[in-house]
Write a protein that binds this ligand. Structure first.
Ligand code: ZN
Length: 253
């Protein structure tokens, strides 16, 4: 009996990455992962809105019907640089992530507008969404308040899953690979091997995949290996299915 869980999430799903995402999901399925959380960007880098792409909507509905979860993942997945940024801001938004932290310092009103717009557009596409995960997991406190106002069910950060209804946080650091340069790939391979071992006893293991990981042979090989090893003792679930179980487990009879 596998009493621990594995959530595989596929980040940055959009018309721009749809073909690679299809390949990744097919490989995951062959490994034994029938359902993943798909983090979808409505208008990826302003380079093609999901509603304007004739193939994307039917494809996404097909994925949802197959058991995958659709999660709102920012709106443009891009942050404009601003004047007067501190060193910490620069390190976080440019070094940790390449100007992708769209919700890093967003105010409550702007976050409300973007998340509402995204959710309405997913409804137009005919797919249900319950969670919101900020690009690069960078979510400002005000944007988190906006998610609560909008009754989003949950969000995730690098180190935990946050139930926005109860405020309960579940600690589990996600495995994730940075492939932007050779040294980042080397560090990622070593770090994720270490982290996988450290999380053995955690009830939840999170493996976060990006479409670009597929193009890096060593990275992709490690992802396949760790998913396979995790499946020997864990049940694959989506974030929403996993969260629903936690809620049921803590509801008084
Ligand atoms: Zn992303």
């Amino acid at each position: 009996m596998r009493n621990r869980s594995l959530v595989v999430s596929l980040h940055d799903v959009s018309p721009m990455t749809r073909v690679e995402c299809g390949t990744i999901l097919a490989e995951l399925h062959a490994l034994g992962v029938p359902c993943a959380s798909l983090l979808v960007i409505p208008d990826h880098h302003h380079r093609g809105h999901m509603l304007a792409d004739a193939e994307f909507g039917p494809w996404l509905r097909e994925q949802a019907a197959a058991g995958h979860e659709v999660v709102v993942h920012g709106y443009h997945h891009q942050r404009e640089r601003q004047g007067g940024e501190s060193l910490r801001d620069k390190l976080t938004t440019r070094f940790y992530t390449a100007d992708e932290g769209e919700f890093y310092d967003l105010d409550r009103a702007s976050a409300t507008v973007l998340v509402t717009k995204a959710r309405t557009e997913f409804q137009q596409l005919g797919v249900a969404t319950a969670g919101f995960i900020a690009p690069a997991w960078l979510l400002s406190d005000e944007a988190e308040c906006a998610l609560r106002d909008l009754q989003c069910e949950y969000t995730t950060r690098l180190g935990d899953v946050l139930d926005l209804r109860s405020g309960r946080s579940f600690a589990s650091q996600s495995l994730v690979w940075s492939v932007r340069s050779a040294w980042r790939r080397q560090v990622s391979l070593a770090w994720n091997a270490f982290l996988f071992g450290r999380l053995t006893a955690n009830p939840l293991l999170r493996i976060s995949i990006h479409p670009v990981d597929l193009r890096q042979a060593k990275v992709w090989q490690q992802i396949r290996e760790l998913v396979t090893r995790a499946l020997a003792e864990r049940e694959p679930l989506t974030y929403l299915a996993w969260l629903t179980r936690q809620r049921i487990a803590t509801t008084p009879p």
